[in-house]
Design a protein around this ligand. Sequence first.
Ligand code: FES
Length: 121
Amino acid sequence: MYSEKVMDHFSKPRNVGAIDNADAVGEVGSPSCGDTMKLFLKIKDDRIEDIKFQTLGCGAAIASSSMLTEMAKGKTLDEAIKITNTEVAEALDGLPPKKLHCSNLAADALREAIEAYQASR
Ligand code: FES
């Protein structure tokens, strides 16, 4: 029921962990299941130089977080803030309908981190 890409990112998640002295942090919880995600960004010249995540969640949430970090790395903040959960799910070759909400965590955490960073400057 999961695509090969979901299984790949779930079993070998990219960019797991924390960043010391991160320039921005976003933390969100899913109201529907209680799972949480924390995202750390290192930003240079308004570009995401490094990104790491810690997700306490289901396989789809972990795969979405991993995919999101790959999509966001190297992008400018203006580009990265536009990444939607639908794009994350599409990059994973789709998620089962019941698991679509899991991709919200990653996109929401990224938006929250970028907005907090921009507000603080
Ligand atoms: Fe909670 Fe997937 S079931 S994020």
